[in-house]
Design a binder for this molecule. Structure first.
Ligand code: ADP
Ligand code: MG
Length: 345
C-alpha cells in the first residue's frame, strides 16, 4: 500500500498461490481469481466454490471499495485524511468520515496496548525520514530536526472524537495509517465477501492476507519470505485467519552506506534497528497489521512482552543475524523449508 504509506508488503510470498492460480486458469471449474494494483500494492482475491459470475461480482465490489479507500486514507495526497490532517494542524476541529474515525479509535487502542510503539500520529516524522513519497527520498533528516519533532511527540491520545468531529491537542500530529490500513481493508473486504455468500476465499494484499474456508479439499497455504531472499517457510491458513508480516526490507533507501527503512521507533525518532521481519497470525487482520509493525520495533529484546500485551500468541521474529525466534504456537504451525537455528519462547 505504498500510496497510503503502506507500500508493498511482499514478506509472505504467494508462490504457492500463484501455482494454484495458474491451475485455475486452465480449469473453468477452478477458483475465480482477480488482481488489482491499489494502495501501491497488488491485491489478489481468489474465491472458490462459487459460479464465476457470482465470484466476480463479489470481488468487484471489494475492489470498488478499495479504490475509494485509496484516496480517502492517503497520508500525503489529496483526500479525506489529508484534509483532516491539514485542518487539525491549523488548530481547528474537523469533521471526518466514519472510516477515519474508526481507524482513529482502533489506533488509540493499539498505541496503548503496544506501549506507544505503534503510533500512527507520527506522520510528520515519517515524512521527515523521506517516506511520504512514492519513491523514498534518499537522505535522512538532521539530528536537530528529529530532536525538534520529538520535543512535541504526538500521540493518538491527543485526538478526540465527538460525533463526526475530530479535535487534536497537538498540532504536530499527522495521521498516517500506513501500518494498519491494509489490515483494516482486508478485514472489511472479507466481510463484504461473506455477505455476498462467499465461503472460500483469500484476500492477499502484497503478501499480507486473510483466508476463509479452503481451496477445494486442501487448506490455503502460503510461503513466508526469508528477509535475506527466497522462501523461509510455509504456513497453512486456518479459518478466518490473517497472516501479516512487517519487514525492514520493505521500503528503504541507502545513505552513505547505511540503510534507512520506513518503520520508525517513536521512542527514538529513528528507524527501528532490531529485527529483520515479524510475522503474526490472528483472526483480526487490523490488529495483526498493527502488531506486526509494533513487534518489529520492539525488537529481539521486547517482542515477547509486546506480543503478550497486544494479545498475539502466534508470532515469528527473524532477527538481524537470521536466527528465528517464535512462540510455541508458531512453532507448531511453521513448516520450515531449510535448517535454521530456532529459538522457541
Ligand atoms: P508494510 O505495510 O510495508 O508491510 P507496515 O505494516 O509495518 O509495513 O507499515 C509500515 C508503515 O507504517 C510505514 O510506511 C508508515 O506509514 C507507518 N509507520 C511507520 N512507523 C510507524 C509506527 N511507529 N507506528 C505506526 N505506524 C508506523
Ligand atoms: Mg503493519
Amino acid at each position: 500500500m505504498r500510496s497510503i504509506g503502506l507500500r508493498t508488503s511482499v514478506a509472505v510470498l504467494t508462490l504457492l498461490l500463484a501455482v494454484l492460480f495458474l491451475a485455475a486458469c486452465n480449469n473453468p471449474a477452478g477458483p475465480y481469481q482477480a488482481s488489482e494494483y491499489i494502495f501501491g500494492t497488488r491485491i489478489d482475491i481468489e474465491i472458490s466454490g462459487l459460479p464465476p459470475d457470482r465470484a466476480r461480482a463479489a470481488a468487484d465490489q471489494v475492489f470498488a471499495f478499495y479504490r475509494q479507500l485509496h484516496s480517502e486514507l492517503h497520508a500525503w495526497q489529496p483526500g479525506a485524511l489529508m484534509t483532516l490532517n491539514q485542518t487539525l494542524a491549523a488548530g481547528k476541529p474537523a469533521r471526518t468520515t466514519p472510516h477515519i474515525r474508526e481507524l482513529i479509535r482502533l489506533s488509540q487502542q493499539y498505541e496503548a496496548a503496544s506501549g506507544g510503539l505503534f503510533n500512527p500520529a507520527i506522520g510528520k516524522l515519517i515524512a521527515l525520514w523521506g517516506f511520504h513519497n512514492d519513491e523514498p527520498q534518499a537522505q535522512p533528516p538532521s539530528a536537530a530536526q528529529v530532536k525538534d519533532f520529538m520535543a512535541q511527540l504526538p500521540h493518538m491520545s491527543d485526538y478526540h472524537i465527538e460525533g463526526d468531529t475530530v479535535t487534536s491537542d497537538n498540532r504536530n500530529g499527522w495521521l498516517d495509517f500506513g501500518g494498519i490500513a491494509k489490515g483494516w481493508a482486508v478485514d472489511r473486504g472479507m466481510e463484504m465477501l461473506r455477505r455476498a455468500g462467499v465461503k472460500n476465499a483469500i484476500i492477499n494484499a502484497g503478501g499480507d492476507l486473510k483466508g476463509i474456508g479452503s481451496h477445494g479439499d486442501r487448506p490455503w497455504r502460503v510461503g513466508v519470505r526469508d528477509p535475506q531472499g527466497g522462501v523461509l517457510a510455509a504456513l497453512e491458513v486456518g479459518e478466518n485467519e490473517a497472516i501479516f508480516t512487517s519487514g525492514n526490507y520493505e521500503r528503504f533507501y541507502q545513505w552513505h552506506g547505511k540503510r534507512f527503512h520506513h518503520i520508525i521507533d517513536p521512542r527514538s525518532g529513528y528507524p527501528a534497528q532490531l529485527s529483520s521481519s515479524v510475522t503474526v497470525i490472528s483472526q483480526n487482520s487490523t490488529l495483526a497489521d498493527a502488531a506486526a509493525t509494533a513487534l518489529l520495533i520492539a525488537g529481539v529484546q521486547d517482542w515477547q512482552r509486546t506480543a503478550a500485551d497486544m494479545g498475539m500468541n502466534t508470532v515469528l521474529v527473524v532477527a538481524r543475524d537470521g536466527s528465528l525466534l517464535m512462540t510455541p504456537a508458531m512453532k507448531k504451525r511453521l513448516q520450515l523449508l531449510d535448517q535454521k537455528p530456532v529459538k522457541t519462547h
